[in-house]
Design a protein around this ligand. Sequence first.
Ligand SMILES: [Zn+2]
Length: 483
Amino acid sequence: MSAVNKKSLFYAIALAVVAFYLVMTAFYRWGDGTPPQITLVEPFTHAGPTTPLILHVEDTGTGLQEVTVRLVQNLESYTLAQEQFSAQSPLSIGGGAQDTFDLNILPFGDDTIPKRRGQVSLVITARDNSWRGFFEGNWARIEQNVAVKFTPPRLEVLSSPLPVSQGGAGIVVYRVSDDGRRYGVRIGETFFPGYPNPDRAFSAFSLFAFPHDDPASTPVILVADDGLGNHAEQRLDVTVLPRQWRSRTITISDRFIEQTIRPIIAQTPELEDLDDPLRNFLQINNVLRKRTADRLTALATSSQPEFQWNGAFIQLSNSQVEAAFADHREYRYGENVVDTQYHLGFDLAVTKHYPVEAANDGTVVMAEYFGIYGNTIVIDHGYGLQSLYAHLSSFAAEKGEVVSKGQIIGRSGMTGLAAGDHLHFSLLLQGVQINPVEWWDPRWVQSRITDPLDDPLRKNDAGRMRGPQTPAPPNRMGPPPPP
Ligand SMILES: [Zn+2]
């Protein structure tokens, strides 16, 4: 073959390759008739300061050429995003390099867009690198109306709450506008949700508890949120009565640890025997105690929104008080103080294996071996109020069973962290331990809970005239508590 011929052949092959390439590109670019796909990952029909706009744009054919996101209000347009994606060479087979585009922003998080209530339009457009439409590409477009809102829900207090004791409970009746999604009372770190008032339309109420270990100066705040980031707060004019808690020293011995701790470890799969009496005691008195408290908080979230209880709660019949609510306990082992805890509940003793009565009407939501509490029953009384019966020797009620006040639900014992046969009784509101003494007192229940709920204004005035009432002391304070 001559040199000229060789050269001609080379050009012919090169031309063929280029031609093939152009044909393929054209085939590919003309062939992509599918526009990009725009997806709103979260609905965006109602928006406020904290509503995110999350969208995903995708083009699996020739790739994205451009995406624009705008809000239009009163003929003014605000560009939230505008992206041009650099295409590869106009002749490249693949088109653009960018297949996807993601956006996650708070359009109203700052003052870029004027906070005007009303309707705005969200307009999203995207096009790909196809040669369809006279080389324009395939267009995709979403346009939708968005209701925007920058005002908080309105809160009106209908009852000035009566004084509340540290560790005690109270109620507030109020009105919240229709846009309120989450509302209730906040004290320190604790939130007590509100519920629609079953007997009175257009009003809500919150039962709340002043945690025993929050300083009396902690504000009691009524809050409401519309779910869009608009938040209302109103400090309640509640007098908090400070309480002094008793102090007790408890001496623990190796023998006590051996007798009580080993069965707890054996029945609590997540604990392991640390092979040291003191370390075993501490993991139960401390770590397991905290874990049981967390589980009780979780249990409260499934409380039924209805009043299942009726009138005052009852203290275990014929019982003697061996330990009271929020006794501060110092645990002594040998010469050293090894732990301190609050005793949250009442220790009530009668005789061994004494029949234990339900303190009020309700539904059994737990009947099982439960950490430091041993064999335990929890009764849900509705609206976050629950009673707990611990250290039982036997059960006489099952989970799910509806029980009535005074019904025998088990027998007292010393399972769990207990040195002698007794009933440990706790009352909890949204998982927060509260002082049962108040709820054992019919006058307190009537004046502080039932009356304000029935008729917030009238009874409140009456309550003010009577002044703060201190609940009657519990029956018979006994000798210092066993561990
Ligand atoms: Zn106890």
